[in-house]
Ligand binder design. Structure first.
Ligand SMILES: [Mg+2]
Length: 256
């Protein structure tokens, strides 16, 4: 395992999550199935709570909007005998949410409910954030040498904090100096990396960005950051050209 030389001026590591600190399958195989499998139970348990009522209200408004725009919507559930009004109402919400998820909708209503369900699942230990075993030791070593560590992920800052706050290795939030999400801009736009450098208060050249996605690496490089592409099991394969252009690592341990 060859060691990668970090440019001497580097004072900040900026880390992607999916495919970099965390298996790319975590979201697809753990987080989203959790919603599908526990939706009805969650709604039943929290139905009378204000937060859940607001989530349901927002989902209903979304359904109405979808109907107006003639998007297909499957809320016509046959009521079953012996079903209470509440059970029927919950069933309708479940059908609507499953439909939105199957259609890969990214509505605020859907995201808000998912966020609340994940928060509860992490807090009760039903979900734990995955991190590769080389990640924490490497970050600790970097920090000992005075490096600052930031996260930049398309998942919301709140979702990032849940993943690392309730990880398989415990609460890791102390390892990070800050978090960025797409509020600072898209990860494939170089301007986002310029903004991140400004927010941190360093020059772009002082930051080393680690990601699995070469389009993100390219944008960061254009902004002046140094970049290493992280190759993990299940990540997109790099082309030969990309392999020769980018510094690549298979473990954070290579970045010494
Ligand atoms: Mg990634």
């Amino acid at each position: 395992m060859a060691t990668v030389t970090v440019p001497a001026n580097t004072s900040v590591f900026l880390l992607d999550i999916e495919g970099t600190t965390t298996p790319i399958t975590f979201v697809k195989d753990i987080l989203f199935p959790y919603i599908r499998e526990h939706l009805e139970e969650y709604l039943s348990d929290h139905w009378e709570e204000d937060e859940c009522k607001q989530d349901v209200h927002l989902l209903k408004k979304q359904s109405e909007e979808d109907l107006r725009q003639h998007r297909a919507c499957p809320v016509a559930c046959a009521s079953q005998s012996g079903q209470t009004d509440e059970e029927k109402a919950i069933r309708e919400v479940v059908e609507g949410v499953l439909w939105q998820m199957a259609a890969d909708r990214k509505t605020t209503a859907l995201k808000q409910l998912q966020g609340h369900m994940w928060r509860a699942a992490y807090a009760t230990g039903r979900i734990q954030g995955e991190v590769y075993p080389d990640v924490v030791p490497a970050i600790r070593a970097w920090r000992q040498r005075g490096m600052k560590i930031y996260i930049y992920s398309s998942g919301s800052v709140e979702a990032q904090k849940l993943l690392f706050g309730y990880s398989i290795e415990g609460d890791l939030l102390d390892l990070f100096d800050g978090h960025f999400d797409t509020n600072v801009g898209a990860k494939v736009e170089s301007q986002s990396y310029v903004r991140i450098a400004e927010r941190i208060g360093v020059q772009p050249q002082d930051i080393m960005f680690l990601t699995d996605v070469t389009r993100e690496a390219k944008a960061a490089e254009e902004a002046g950051l140094s970049v290493a592409v992280v190759m993990r099991p299940g990540n997109m394969e790099l082309t030969d050209e990309e392999r020769s252009h980018y510094t690549t690592v298979t473990s954070f341990g290579q970045i010494a």
